[in-house]
Design a protein. Structure first.
Length: 377
């Protein structure tokens, strides 16, 4: 049913992956030891959703996917405002409007299979919407803890799926503390800590490689907050490399906003842990993680595969967001962080893929341009 072994990151103890436990007795978070060696033929003839990569996922055929048709997003060649050509991975075109549906679908499928009826989760918005939607699909009850300052449209989306929303005053970390108190009694389906969530986001790497005719792109760029996108990409490309399905690791570029850049600073300064920072206001609400829980692991993995963490100024994010919207690409500002970063570093040799992670419809409360004219009669 569930493949692989769960291992405590703190004490090294093993846990049965069929046990409905989200952390070890010692309080440590869990890692999943699972190294699939899929072959290309394994993926033939299965649906166009991410479930076509089931042979590479730690769930067996008897697990019934909780699906809304996630994955299978287009890869579109576009010319950036600065003139560079790139491939845009349209992962904002997912059932709830962000790439988090990949993780939520896989994580909730396992929990449903284990018989869990109710979960709690904390999120700045998009992970909450994804978990709420997949819980609704699975007829599971869910409560999402969010910072009270989260964008209103994101809160409305979470409650529209029937989830209970608990607004927590203070920074993003305050919602994380509040959910841990609730997690004493209810299963914590935390997207930042559940290793099955990253098993879902890793399908992005499989899908990109298949869309390119079973080759890795030279460069892949995306935004970075708590690391579920970047860790998923690294995990996926590592497996593809080990299985011999690609011949080299792409150059992975992760971008933060300079207003909240604990990982970019640690990377630059050669530190093993996220740097303690005082975040300032940012348009990129979806990656405003000042103290990413998996920070140490993200830095380790990034260095292991030669990826890079960079940061961009708020002005650059705002400009990229506007300039791409008038080219027809409506994303939320958080997703524009990687577009801004790629513009700053200029055209790269070889194929460059930018993963756009969240839909522009998520932030219609923040109008992208001021060209609206009200006509009164
Ligand atoms: C969550 C999110 C990210 C970043 O993902 P992390 O897992 O926090 O690094 C990027 N863009 C959007 C739109 C998101 O919702
Ligand atoms: Zn332990």
């Amino acid at each position: 049913m569930v493949k692989g072994r769960l291992i405590c990151r703190r004490c090294g103890g093993g846990l049965n992956p069929a046990a409905p436990r989200w952390r070890c007795e010692c309080g440590g978070h869990l890692d999943l030891a699972f190294s699939p060696r899929p072959r290309r033929e394994d993926f033939k003839g299965v649906s166009g959703t991410l479930w076509r990569y089931l042979p590479a996922l730690p769930l067996s055929d008897e697990v019934e996917p909780v699906t809304l048709g996630e994955g299978g997003t287009p890869l579109v060649t576009m010319t950036a405002p600065g003139g560079a050509r790139c491939l845009v991975k349209m992962d904002h075109l997912q059932p709830t409007g962000s790439f988090k549906d990949r993780g939520a679908s896989v994580m909730i499928s396992r929990l449903k299979h284990l018989g869990i009826r109710e979960v709690v989760e904390d999120s700045s918005g998009n992970a909450g919407a994804a978990v709420a939607a997949y819980c609704a699909r699975a007829a599971m009850k869910c409560t999402i803890y969010v910072p009270a300052s989260a964008p209103r449209a994101k809160l409305a989306q979470i409650s529209a799926y029937g989830a209970q929303v608990v607004k927590v005053e203070g920074p993003r970390e305050a919602a994380a503390e509040a959910v841990l108190r609730a997690a004493d009694n209810v299963y914590y389906a935390g997207h930042c800590v559940d290793p099955f969530f990253i098993q879902g986001t890793k399908t992005l790497a499989y899908e990109l490689v298949e869309q390119l005719g079973w080759r890795a792109p030279r460069t892949v760029a995306g935004p970075l907050g708590n690391g579920t996108l970047i860790l998923g990409l690294i995990q996926g490309f590592t497996e593809l490399l080990e299985a011999g399905l690609i011949s080299c690791m792409p150059r992975i570029l992760a971008f933060q906003s300079r207003a909240c850049n604990p990982l970019a600073r640690a990377y630059r300064e050669g530190k093993p842990e996220p740097v303690k920072i005082e975040p300032t206001a940012s348009l990129a609400d979806g990656i405003a993680a000042a103290a990413p829980l998996l920070g140490r692991r993200i830095l380790e993995e990034v260095r292991r595969v030669g990826a890079e963490i960079l940061d961009v100024k708020e002005d650059a994010i705002r400009n990229a967001w506007r300039r791409w919207a008038v080219l027809g690409l409506s994303v939320e500002p958080t997703a524009a962080v990687a577009l801004a970063g790629m513009e700053e570093i200029g055209e790269q040799p070889g194929e460059t893929v930018v993963v756009v992670t969240g839909h522009g419809l998520k932030r219609l409360d923040q109008p992208v341009s001021s060209s609206t004219v009200d006509v009164r009669r």
